[in-house]
Design a protein around this ligand. Structure first.
Ligand code: VGL
Ligand code: ZN
Length: 201
């Protein structure tokens, strides 16, 4: 097996003090760094939105963060403005060991479509290019870590199994937003899909 570590969105805006802070988001950085050398490849994803992005509540008259709207590609939760291209909030957590990354995938740059998954935008058909990268590097097994368990990690892991990668989550190196039971729903969905849940021994 050729293995890649996929580090999802460990960025300032998803850490305490950030625009869309995930509780304990900063606690996983050290453990992720320590894991990197056990993999043949390390990929980082970076949520990377233009200002005025369609996933921001501020882009929709009368909407507030966490409202649900209907987009051409289906329902879309609205978020506070976050991870704006070039901003401090979009930068990786300063302790994340980015030097070890072979590849950085930026996602969410299409103004009209959000992108939770590292593989496809939320229309579930526009690719980010990550699948091609992994296949040409002959990688067949993935371990996912990062933020947030119930959104970008969940969507990335679900796409990974659908694409045929052997997929594992290091659940101790993820943290969740947990809106209205979203963590429980995501966990059940991932278990049903055959994603393996691992934690530090
Ligand atoms: C994420 C909401 C909006 C995530 C990104 O990284 O889980 N969640 N954009
Ligand atoms: Zn986002």
């Amino acid at each position: 097996m050729t293995k890649a570590l996929i580090v999802i969105d460990v960025q300032n805006d998803f850490c305490p003090g950030g625009a869309l802070a995930v509780p304990g988001g900063n606690e996983i950085v050290e453990g992720i760094n320590a894991l990197m050398n056990a993999f043949d490849a390390v990929v980082l994803t970076q949520d990377w939105h233009p200002s005025g992005h369609s996933s921001f509540a501020s882009s929709h008259v009368g909407k507030v963060p966490y409202d649900l709207i209907e987009m051409p590609y289906g329902p879309q939760l609205l978020w506070p403005d976050h991870c704006i291209q070039g901003s401090l909030g979009a930068q990786f957590h300063e302790q994340l060991y980015t030097d070890r990354a072979d590849m950085i995938v930026r996602k969410g740059h299409n103004p009209q479509i959000d992108s939770y998954s590292a593989f496809f935008e939320n229309d579930q058909e526009t690719p980010t290019g990550l699948e091609g990268y992994l296949r040409t590097r002959e990688i067949d097994a993935l371990t996912l870590v990062g933020l947030a368990t119930d959104f970008c990690v969940n969507y990335s892991a679900m796409d990974a199994v659908k694409l045929g990668f052997e997929t594992e989550i290091r659940i101790d190196l993820c943290r969740a937003i947990d809106l209205d039971g979203s963590l429980t729903a995501a966990t059940e969905q991932m278990r049903d899909a055959g994603i393996r849940f691992a934690r530090k021994a």
